[in-house]
Design a protein around this ligand. Structure first.
Ligand code: SF4
Length: 319
């Protein structure tokens, strides 16, 4: 432990990780708020195109804010989102429409164009973030999104979840890690921002397996990344697997996760912006893996305080 104070890290501020808020401040000069949208998409891993039953951990209802439901138009969802966030965070001046629920590139291009354009026509929206699966994108869609990205902020956020095919099989993702890497590379080559999403604590992965992913993720041409700890969500296939065989799962406690996550960050490429450290699932959806009433922002503070005590930072051991 040491008292050394570092004034600025390579990403331009004195936080010990490359934060999303700093990324947007440096990019747009102001706070930018994401507004979640449910545009009524489906998912090929549920409708039989890639698979049925979906990923074993998935219950999409658990991740969607209450103001976004597909029965409302995109404009209405954006209006409701702006009202909600103006009340909570008065400083937001611009917004990004975040197509979050299910697979938001899973429709013909002409349908996608209408949906994205309705969001981009909303007065305070300066860009879109599109959550999707790596196998729900193709060259034609990417060409169109490349055009859009010349006028607006565009990011495609791929659910990758693990770098290991044995895990992807086990959780019924319906795609390989190679497929995810190819989608990420194709997207980045077009100058479109790429986000990625990973889950820690998936069954069959040891602590060392998870830490080793830092080196693999560090090599992906991604701009931002989100990490979640595994929690068992009600009404999922995984809930049943957990009930049948709980010893197969090693769910992190909050303290274990803090130590693990700091080691992970120390090995992660410092150029990658880390958007999320943990998930925050409403308690009514949780079957196991609860950390009590701790909010995601409180855990970020706990992790940052611990990093300060250890005088460590993102990328400290990245080679
Ligand atoms: S996690 Fe995403 S890809 Fe998997 S079943 Fe749910 S919506 Fe589909």
């Amino acid at each position: 432990m040491t008292d050394t104070k570092i004034e600025k890290f390579p990403w331009g501020d004195n936080r010990r990780f490359n934060s999303y808020s700093n990324y947007f401040r440096s990019r747009f000069g102001a706070r930018v708020q994401k507004l979640s949208i449910d545009a009524g998409f489906s998912c090929p891993n549920r409708d039989g195109t890639k698979g049925t039953g979906g990923c074993t951990y998935c219950n999409n209802d658990a991740f969607n804010p209450s103001y976004c439901v597909p029965e409302k138009s995109i404009t209405t969802q954006l209006e409701d989102g702006v009202k909600f966030h103006k009340w909570r965070y008065r400083r937001a001046v611009s917004y990004l429409a975040y197509f979050q629920a299910f697979s938001n590139t899973y429709a013909p291009l002409e349908v996608l164009k209408k949906i994205y354009q309705e969001a981009l026509d909303f007065p305070e929206v300066i860009g879109i973030i599109i959550g999707t699966r790596p196998d729900c994108i193709d060259d034609t869609k990417l060409d169109y999104l490349q055009e859009l990205s010349e006028k607006y902020y565009v990011s495609i956020e791929y659910g990758i979840e693990s770098c290991y095919n044995k895990t992807l099989n086990r959780i019924n993702r319906g795609h390989t890690f190679v497929a995810a890497r190819e989608a990420v590379e194709k997207t980045a080559l077009r100058g479109i921002n790429v986000g990625a999403h990973f889950i820690f604590g998936l069954p069959g992965e040891s602590h060392n397996d998870m830490i080793a992913q830092a080196a693999i993720i560090s090599q992906l041409p991604i701009t931002t990344v989100k990490f979640h700890q595994l929690q068992i969500i009600k009404q999922t296939v995984m809930e049943q697997e957990y009930k049948n065989n709980p010893v197969d799962f090693e769910l992190f406690t909050c303290d274990e996760y803090i130590d693990f996550f700091i080691t992970f960050l120390e090995n992660l490429n410092p150029n990658i912006v880390v958007e999320r450290f943990t998930s925050e699932v409403p308690p009514r959806f949780l079957s196991a893996g609860s950390w009590g009433r701790k909010r995601a922002d409180q855990i970020v503070t706990m992790i940052e305080n611990r990093m300060e005590e250890l005088n460590t930072w993102q990328g400290r051991f990245y080679i």
